[in-house]
Design a binder for this molecule. Sequence first.
Ligand code: WAQ
Ligand code: MG
Length: 269
Amino acid sequence: MSPSLYSVRMRASYHGQHLTGAERIVPQAEVSEVTAALTERAMTCPGELADEIQCSVEKIDPTTVLYAQLPDLSTYIAPDWQAGHRVASCLLARAGVQPEIATRAVALLASGAGPGGTVMRGALIMDASSGKRLEADPARGVRVSRMDLSPECRSALESDLAAAGLGHHRVLEALVLAGKVLGAPGIVAELCWSDDPNYTIGYVADPQAGYQRISDLKLAGDSCGGRVFFIDQAKTSLEELVDYLECQVVLFNASGTISTAKKWIPADE
Ligand code: WAQ
Ligand code: MG
């Protein structure tokens, strides 16, 4: 029999403001070690020192686990954030998002998609053809949870990413999150960049082209950022989608390809 699996989740805050969060799915024997590692991560996260850290550990029913392969990774080069925004809009349009809606969504993330121009805690969900926002709570959005790499896949991917110069933990974590999102019912594409003012790289992901990094989506020092999931409402209900994103356990046991070639969008596109 395979060993029991546990979902381990951590979130840290300061004066009620979210600071950082992370999660893993691990065999029983690794639960205490991973809980300690996530707590350590909360205690050493740059910026304010956390005054509250919540860790939860939850046993997973092994018959509910979905095993999947990670998307392929590639990187587009944009000379500046304005060009990056055009690359993002273009990749979203290629994926099937209405072009003007793609452009509007990129501008929305740049101006803060939460109430009063704030950064949302989770993702906003947008109809890919009408641009209508569908998430129930525009401050929280939808949080994708319960996904990880199998132990063998994690060590292989860590060394492949490091060899490609992509050893930053953000890349691995974003790739896993995007992998889960791309398996969602009705998904057309995802747009993301970090709210960390020191991290200006983001991506557009879609089920055909995979995880496409974009070198520059904002100026260093800018703390805007977020995620948009574009969906086709003819193919899913919001309920089914949100249930998959929040609750379905997905474990990646195979990598995609990692391309180190630099790509550019043709100027006429
Ligand atoms: N579910 C949904 N949305 C989330 C989640 C989640 N679990 N975690 C974060 N978000 C939203 C939220 O609005 C954040 O402000 C925003 O995404 C960015 O989160 O080089 O680090 O964790 O290939 O800051 C992408 C590029 C890095 C990596 C993305 O995002 C690369 C990143 P962050
Ligand atoms: Mg962040």
